[in-house]
Write a protein that binds this ligand. Structure first.
Ligand SMILES: [Zn+2]
Length: 437
């Protein structure tokens, strides 16, 4: 049923956009086959987040690692019911290639489904497992959070995190899972959030999965020597923002490195692997107008991408796609400070400009909405908790509708080109991995 709906939707789409479905570009190079696929999702990252991270890490002129990826597209992200998406609808589009309503995890929108009911969608995780690939789903948010959840669960609303955890516990065929969110795996009696009394950690161990719940234990694992499927739940809630991560805590780039080692080893006895990595805290910092926290997490995401590119470039058998689910906050960078004044931490500071003898003080960084509305202009913008100025006073900054830079490298990367839809990112990965639905 699921498969048929997706086919109908795809055929219908192709009938409307005949040119893009049969273009020379895709047919002439359709032989490009990727053994492995890595989808790296930076939650909340828009065009300005990349520019700001480049200036913060180095200067205006020195590209980030992700900028070395040779293929680029801009992806539309709207959902079925709103011109601005949430992470659930957008992650479902990336994971399953079908647009749905805000809040939906791996389910269709009944208003657009031929069956007129909301149906479970088949995901790239399912297709990869069917093609005998190893699969990893890793994040620095709760594993039950919207973006990772769209890669293994089906629920009508993202808030149903206890149910998302229960569904993850039924998916013992997934080789690797890393994230936070222990609260949804433990019953109330054991300090968790579950009201059904289930201890899902025990349940997953009974299935023969290896389950690790501390940074210390995780750091001692050798990714090439684990024979069981592995579940790592490192925190009760999300993993820490990079700026306040303690040395003993695992970073996103360490998680990424581990995941590739683990899946490469696992993929040898299979037909390769699919890995989804989410850098999820760029979105959280952006919602609060915390520019420095956002930038530290952007730089750590870029470090993770650098790891991916260096570990996969020699074999040239891995399609790597870097994208976001949506932009968060309406981040803006305005002129006209000299390069030397904005490079590095200078981007966080206020500057002044004389216009006809009047000095205007302004921040290089501002946001479209959020709690930074009240921030004083003269405050110490060097404080990581400083919220940069926002135009509209909202308790948390809103997501925006801007198109999302999507980068690709490796076999099949040519499909990431021009203006595309976020559902095309699923199809690019599916085509390159020659997955059949
Ligand atoms: Zn968000």
């Amino acid at each position: 049923m699921i498969f048929q709906i997706q086919k109908v939707l795809t055929i219908t789409l192709c009938a409307f956009v005949f040119v893009s479905c049969t273009s020379d570009r895709s047919s002439s190079r359709s032989h490009e086959h990727a053994q492995n696929g890595i989808l790296f999702i930076i939650d909340g990252m828009g065009p300005a987040h990349i520019t700001a991270a480049r200036i913060f890490k180095n200067n205006s002129d020195t590209p980030l690692a992700m900028e070395s990826m040779e293929h680029l597209a801009m992806a539309r992200t709207h959902s079925t019911n709103n011109f601005v998406t949430d992470s659930a609808a957008s992650a479902t589009a990336l994971a399953s290639g079908v647009k749905t309503y805000n809040g939906a995890i791996g389910m269709t929108d009944a208003n657009f489904d031929p069956s007129e009911t909301s149906q479970k969608l088949q995901s790239i995780t399912d297709l990869s497992l069917e093609s005998n690939r190893a699969v990893g789903i890793v994040t620095n948010t709760r594993i039950t959070h919207a973006t990772p959840a769209a890669f293994f669960a089906h629920v009508p609303h993202r808030r149903l995190e206890a149910e998302i955890a229960r569904q993850l516990a039924t998916r013992s065929e997934i080789d690797l899972v890393i994230g936070g969110g222990l609260e949804f795996f433990l019953p109330k009696e054991e300090g968790g959030e579950r009201v059904d009394g289930l201890n899902l950690i025990e349940k997953m161990r009974e299935q023969g999965r290896k389950v690790v719940t501390s940074h210390e234990e995780f750091k001692q694992l050798n990714p090439r020597e684990i024979n069981q499927n592995l579940v790592v739940i490192l925190e009760f809630d999300h993993l820490a923002y990079e700026f306040k991560r303690a040395d003993e805590e695992v970073s996103l780039s360490q998680i990424t490195d581990f995941s590739i080692e683990f899946l490469e080893q696992r993929g040898k006895s299979k037909s390769g692997y699919f890995l989804m990595v989410e850098a999820g805290r760029v979105d959280h910092a952006s919602h609060m107008n915390w520019t420095e926290k956002m930038l530290e997490d952007m730089v750590e995401a870029d470090r993770s991408i650098e790891t991916i590119l260096s570990k996969t470039q020699d074999s040239n058998d891995t399609l790597v796609i870097v994208t976001a689910d949506h932009e968060t906050g309406g981040l803006s960078l305005q002129g006209y400070a000299p390069h030397s004044a904005v490079a590095g931490r200078g981007i966080l500071k206020n500057h002044s400009r004389d216009v006809r003898q009047d000095a205007y003080v302004y921040g290089v960084v501002s946001w479209g909405s959020g709690p930074g509305y009240d921030s004083p202009l003269e405050a110490d913008a060097d404080d990581p908790k400083f919220r940069h100025k926002a135009t509209y006073p909202t308790p948390v900054a809103y997501h925006t509708a801007v198109d999302i830079p999507t980068l690709a490298h490796g076999p099949g990367a040519f499909q990431i080109n021009g203006y595309i839809d976020n559902t095309d990112i699923f199809r690019a990965m599916k085509n390159a991995l020659k997955l059949i639905d």
